[in-house]
Design a protein around this ligand. Structure first.
Ligand code: ADE
Length: 423
């Protein structure tokens, strides 16, 4: 299909019906977003707003796009990763819902950036990003768009770090709300979402038995905590490596074996990178790994495993099944790399389950509304999601799960807000 600002660029429009059913299935678990959708549909708070979104094109993202559209926004969508697009979802959005989507699973780097540029051709007032490729493209090559941009949101830890670095260097030219920093985002999406979907992706790609394996989790941020917890739950022996002493201690006290990568590289059957950084598995590690070791990444970019070094060191590589590449190494050893080192949970599985994306995307929707209400009042910086939005998302999620909680009595409230009452 030919790409233009209204038509989208998708793999196959015949997949639209299937995509539509899958989007509806995800919606069943997205109760908070549903409430926001219904309010938006009634009050149209986003009327006339143009939104360019660069997110993983999944059933959950489709429900976010439909929510923004229900609020009156014109949305154009592109992928935030070349391997994460669900082609049927892209087809449904473009063909059935009239949301131009520029995303084809497996697209090359050039197409990936062409698609980002196509999503920008609607001249957005608001940008939604996951990893900051959209925002950096605007700053590097589409700066004429900034005049009309009110603000943007960022979904992920890696993107927030990039944007904070831009802000610190006075390079950021419009305000961004860091959705990742909301507690109702990273406590659940990063931990339970990444934990479950990463193991799901590796299992779908390999069909390995986790029980009894030595799994090395590299990085013990929110995502690493989730991955380690779930691997342990499946009966694996989990080793954690970290560079941050406090997080390393946390891993020790959570009951994990903690050591450095030089040692862990010799012990692991499966390695999972979740650092947000680069070369966490590097050229020193491949030669000492066990025969048959499997490597996967669940951090945002495909730089956590030094793939160029792996290719240089190997004698030959070939694909042995979808998402599994075998590298024949000197010394008669084979190593395996999953999903080209890209986010394995989105490449080989379906990303985080809808129920956690519900909270992430409720924060996204309400942050878009917040940015619009704050138009012209925020300077070019990175902002947290306002606490009242975060609390509201938590409250609505609990209510939708039918869970009751307590409230402070007047007396308890006064006590907690006073300094005079002691022993
Ligand atoms: N990031 C991780 N999982 C996701 C999903 N299911 N949809 C959109 N973005 C995601």
């Amino acid at each position: 299909m030919q790409a233009n600002a209204t038509s989208g660029d998708i793999k196959d429009s015949r997949l639209a019906e299937e995509g539509s059913k899958r989007i509806q299935w995800a919606a069943r678990e997205m109760s908070v977003l549903r409430l926001i959708h219904d309010r938006f549909k009634k009050n149209k708070p986003l009327k006339g707003l143009r939104v360019s979104a660069c997110l993983h094109v999944t059933t959950e993202t489709a429900n976010l796009a439909l929510t923004l559209k229900a609020g009156g926004a014109d949305v154009a969508l592109c992928a935030s990763n070349p391997l994460s697009t669900q082609d049927s979802v892209a087809a449904a959005l473009t063909v059935i819902h009239n949301i131009p989507t520029f995303a084809i699973n497996g697209e090359d780097n050039n197409t990936y950036y062409q698609h980002i540029n196509s999503a920008l051709d609607i001249k957005p007032h608001i940008t939604l990003d996951d990893g900051a490729d959209l925002v950096t493209t605007i700053h590097k090559s589409r700066s004429e768009l900034i005049r009309e941009i009110i603000g943007g949101t960022e979904e992920t830890t890696t993107g927030v770090i990039r944007l904070q670095s831009m802000a610190a260097n006075k390079k950021l030219l419009y305000p961004i709300v860091a959705v990742n920093n909301a507690e109702t985002k990273h406590f659940f999406d990063n931990r339970y979402g990444t934990g479950q979907s990463t193991l799901d992706g590796i299992t779908r790609a390999t069909n390995i038995l986790w029980s009894g394996k030595t799994v090395v989790v590299i990085g013990y941020g929110w995502c690493g905590k989730g991955v380690a917890m779930r691997a342990k739950g499946l009966g694996a022996h989990v080793t954690v490596t970290e560079v941050n002493p406090v997080r390393a201690l946390e891993a020790v006290m959570d009951g994990f074996h903690v050591t450095n990568m030089n040692e862990a590289a010799r012990q692991g059957d499966i390695f999972i990178t979740v650092t947000g950084g680069m070369n966490a598995i590097n050229s020193d590690h491949f030669p000492v790994m066990k025969n048959g070791a499997i490597m996967a990444n669940s951090g945002h970019f495909n730089v956590e495993i030094d793939i160029p070094s792996l290719e240089t060191q190997s004698l030959k590589k070939h694909t042995v099944r979808p998402f599994v590449e075998q590298f024949d190494m000197p010394d008669d050893k084979t190593l395996f790399l999953l999903g080209e080192g890209r986010l394995i949970n989105l490449a080989a599985a379906e990303g985080h389950p809808s129920s956690v994306m519900d909270m992430s995307f409720a924060n996204q929707s309400l942050s878009v509304e917040y940015l619009l209400n704050k138009k012209g009042k925020l300077s070019a910086d990175v902002y947290d999601v306002p606490t009242d939005i975060d609390q509201q998302v938590g409250k609505l999620k609990l209510a939708s799960l039918g869970i009751k909680i307590d409230t402070l009595s007047k007396e308890q409230h006064t006590y907690l807000n006073s300094w005079e009452i002691g022993t």
